[in-house]
Design a protein around this ligand. Structure first.
Ligand SMILES: [Zn+2]
Length: 274
C-alpha cells in the first residue's frame, strides 16, 4: 500500500479496510463502479453499456420473482464414461467455484406471477459445456414442463459440447433437440435467450431452436468459437459472431439490452399462457 492509495480512502480508513470487491473495474472502459450501483444497474456499465457476465444466481435475481425458484434434478450424478483424466477433480473445483452442481441449473419459478420452467447455464462451470448431466437436466426440464403445461425459458451460455465426454456429449444435442420437439407437439412456448457467449453444440441444438430467440446485447455466438476458427487457418470477419450481426441477418428475433429482457419475457409469457 502506498501513501497515495491511503489518500484515496475516506478519513480514518486505509485502503486495507475497504473490501476488495466493493469496486469493480469495467473491462471495456476501465471505469471503476461501486458494486451496489452496478447491481442496481443489473450489472451493466452505465458509462459504456458493457454487460458484465452474470452467475446463474444473479440471472435468477434479475429475471424471476424473489424466492420463487425451486430447483429440479439437483442430484443427477456426474457421468464419466471415458474415465477422463482429472475430470472428477475439475468438476469438483467448478462446483466449489460456482455453487452449482453442473453447468446448467434447472427448475420452476415465477416471473411477475407467471409460472415457467427455467434453465440457466454458467460459463464458469467447465466453460458451460454440455455433457450427459447437462443434456439430461435440460431434457427432464422440458419433459416435466410438458407434464405440468409450463412454458420454458432457457438462458444459454456455453463453449459447446464437453470434450471429456466425447460422443456421449454430442448425443445430448439430438436428445435436447428431440425434447424441444415434444414441447412444440404439446403446444408449449420455448424461449431461448442467448447470452455471452453461446457456441458449439449448444448453439447447434436447443439454443437455436426457440420459438422465439432473444439475444442479450453484446453477446458473442456461433458454431466454432474464435479459437477453433483460428486453428483451422480460416479467416472470418469478427463481427459475424456477434448478436448484432446475427440479428441484422435474421437469425435472432429480438436483440435486447439486459434491462429489457425481463419485460419482454413477461409479455411473451403472458401471450403464451392465456
Ligand atoms: Zn464500461
Amino acid at each position: 500500500m502506498t501513501s497515495s492509495e491511503d489518500e484515496k480512502a475516506p478519513p480514518g480508513l486505509t485502503s486495507d479496510d475497504i473490501p476488495p470487491d466493493l469496486w469493480q473495474a469495467c473491462p471495456e472502459c476501465n471505469q471503476l463502479i461501486y458494486a451496489p450501483d452496478l447491481e442496481a444497474d443489473l450489472w451493466v456499465c452505465v458509462k459504456c453499456g458493457h454487460h458484465f457476465r452474470l452467475t446463474v444466481w444473479q440471472r435468477l435475481q434479475v429475471t424471476t420473482d424473489p424466492g420463487s425458484f425451486e430447483e429440479w434434478d439437483h442430484d443427477l450424478p456426474l457421468h464419466d464414461p471415458l474415465e477422463f483424466p482429472e475430470y472428477p477433480d475439475k468438476t469438483q473445483a467448478a462446483r466449489e467455484k460456482t455453487g452449482m452442481t453442473e453447468a446448467v441449473l434447472t427448475g420452476e419459478a415465477t416471473l411477475d406471477g407467471i409460472s415457467l420452467a427455467i434453465g440457466l447455464m454458467d460459463l464458469s462451470f467447465i466453460g458451460g459445456s454440455m455433457g450427459w448431466t447437462v443434456g439430461e437436466r435440460l431434457t427432464r426440464l422440458m419433459e416435466r414442463a410438458v407434464h405440468q403445461r409450463l412454458p420454458v425459458t432457457l438462458f444459454c451460455a456455453s463453449g459447446g459440447a464437453r470434450m471429456q465426454e466425447s460422443l456421449i456429449a454430442l448425443m445430448q444435442m439430438a436428445k435436447t433437440s428431440a425434447a424441444v420437439g415434444r414441447l412444440a407437439e404439446a403446444g408449449l412456448a420455448y424461449i431461448s435467450v442467448l447470452t455471452h457467449p453461446t457456441y458449439g453444440g449448444v448453439m447447434a441444438s436447443f439454443a437455436s431452436l426457440g420459438d422465439i430467440i432473444i439475444a442479450e446485447a453484446g453477446a458473442a455466438m456461433g458454431f466454432a468459437g474464435p479459437r477453433v476458427v483460428e486453428l483451422t487457418g480460416l479467416k472470418i470477419p469478427p463481427e459475424v459472431q456477434t448478436a448484432e450481426f446475427q440479428y441484422q441477418h435474421g437469425m435472432i428475433d429480438m436483440l435486447l439490452p439486459r434491462k429489457d429482457i425481463r419485460p419482454a419475457l413477461h409479455n411473451i409469457l403472458r401471450w403464451c399462457t392465456v
